[in-house]
Design a protein around this ligand. Structure first.
Ligand SMILES: Cc1ncc(COP(=O)(O)O)c(C=O)c1O
Length: 460
């Protein structure tokens, strides 16, 4: 079957569209099979009596619809109909091993999500409701399910104080927009999440670093910083700190809460990584729910593509935050919170979390085969590690050498506020390589680099 004899109506729709429609029709009727090569632009133009430009436009339209695909230098072919055309960019990038972003490992979630989607699809009335505007505070039942799920993971969250948002990043934005004004100061760990610093910069806020030790922020330093800067809030990631991986003891948590209560300072507890360890200390929100704004996310535990996070708020702040969310986007898509609710309730979310934990344990075991002697902090269920470079390597030389080898890692410089010095450390996200093979290659490269520092230069 060919497309050389398509009949065109010169008085009808634009010619390119008629050609694209005819191709689509033939593919859908299986008259043109997957992999069939289409005529060249010139040949089809001559056969149909149209310009080459019209055929080029028609093929581009068919490609946009996912019906055909152009292969550089080889021509245009009918696409594989099972291949979804709405996905893009394979995570694999030839020649690059990314230890860059703290993304969850690539695991198979398709079956569980497919079940959840089918469940939604089989309840048309509910689906119709989900297509309507909902109150900005979200659907109560979904918040209740979230609250019950959090309880299974040692987080005490009252459903009436929970608020869904578009990821933990959006939760942080709502905190800063609601509680701070341009010129205000926020306190954070000496090494902290760059997403906080970027947001603060945009909102003309200053982030001041507070000294920390191996388990996190030091209460005396927090007290001193409160007196020096009169901050609006203190931002903490007490469980699996980003970037140092520190996990704060309960006694340290209580000591910090004590300082904050005396200083009437709001604590923002960012717990995006908090559910990853199988065992974890009580979150701040359990210890002082009226003084803590708790931020959680589903990106690290369930799926980043859901783009869901949530806040648990002291009662007095709840209306302001609902208002901020309403200003931002009116509400979070009820379809997304419904999907999450199904998976939180039917055990799917726990299954995914468990798969992520196990995958990370195996990845760290693999990494240790190569970097067992390195000065590296990590938690076996965490995504990232904090690597202190051997004395022979300077930070800048190491970064340059990694780049030259196609190894993406994150410099400690990204985690300190501007103007403060960065230690000779890098963050490596062991969750990021798309598969074990790429991870293993990357580990080999890292181990070789660490063992072969540059020769020292002589100066006269
Ligand atoms: C400490 C911390 N907070 C917040 C976020 C943002 O998370 P989300 O993807 O849920 O917006 C990240 C992302 O890596 C993070 O590391």
């Amino acid at each position: 079957m060919t497309i050389m004899n398509i009949v065109l109506d010169k008085q009808g729709a634009p010619l390119y569209r008629q050609i694209a429609d005819a191709i689509t029709d033939k593919v859908q009727r299986h008259e043109l099979m997957m992999g069939t090569k289409l005529p060249t632009h010139r040949a089809l133009a001559d056969a149909l009596g149209v310009t080459v430009g019209t055929v080029t436009r028609a093929y581009a339209e068919a490609e946009r619809r996912g019906i055909v695909e152009a292969k550089v230098g080889a021509g245009t072919y009918v696409s594989d109909s099972d291949k979804p055309h709405w996905t893009f960019a394979s995570p694999e990038r030839p020649g690059i091993t990314s230890f860059g972003y703290n993304v969850p490992p690539a695991i198979n979630r398709a079956d569980l999500f497919s079940d959840a989607l089918q469940q939604l699809a089989s309840h048309p009335n509910e689906l119709n409701n989900l297509m309507l505007y909902q109150p900005p505070s979200g659907i109560v039942r979904h918040r209740e399910i979230l609250s019950q799920w959090l309880a299974q993971h040692s987080v005490i969250a009252d459903a009436s104080r929970l608020l869904f948002c578009s990821g933990a990043q959006n939760a942080m934005q709502l905190c800063l927009l609601t509680l701070c004004r341009a010129g205000d100061t926020i306190l954070a760990d000496k090494f902290t999440y760059p997403g906080l610093m970027s947001l603060a910069r945009q909102l003309q806020l200053t982030v001041k670093p507070v000294d920390m030790d191996d388990e996190g922020m030091l209460p005396d330093s927090l007290q001193a910083a409160c007196q020096q800067y009169q901050p609006r809030m203190v931002y903490l990631t007490p469980t699996l700190q980003n970037p140092t991986t520190a996990i704060m003891s309960e006694s340290r948590r209580k000591a910090l809460i004590n300082v904050c209560q005396t200083q009437q300072l709001v604590i923002v507890e960012d717990d995006v990584n908090g559910l990853l360890p199988r065992e974890r200390p009580q979150p701040f929100v359990n210890l002082a729910p009226d003084d803590v704004i708790y931020i959680g996310g589903m990106a690290k535990t369930l799926a980043p593509g859901l783009r869901l996070g949530f806040l648990h708020l002291p009662e007095r702040f709840y209306p302001q935050f609902v208002n901020a969310l309403q200003n931002h986007s009116w509400m979070i898509s009820p379809l997304l919170t419904a999907m999450a609710a199904i998976l939180l309730e039917n055990g799917g979310a726990n299954q995914i979390l468990e798969t992520i934990r196990t995958e990370m344990e195996q990845r760290w075991a693999l990494l240790q085969q190569y970097l067992g002697n390195a000065d590296l902090r990590f938690h076996p269920n965490g995504f990232h590690g904090w690597l202190r470079l051997p004395d022979e390597w300077s930070l800048s030389e190491f970064l340059t050498a990694c780049k030259a080898q196609g190894l993406e890692i994150k410099s400690s410089e990204l985690f300190v506020p501007a103007g403060y010095s960065a230690p000779p450390c890098v963050r490596i996200a062991v969750s990021a390589p798309p598969n074990r093979e790429t991870l293993e290659n990357g580990c080999q490269q890292l181990a070789q680099l660490l063992a072969n520092p540059p020769l020292s230069e002589f100066a006269m």
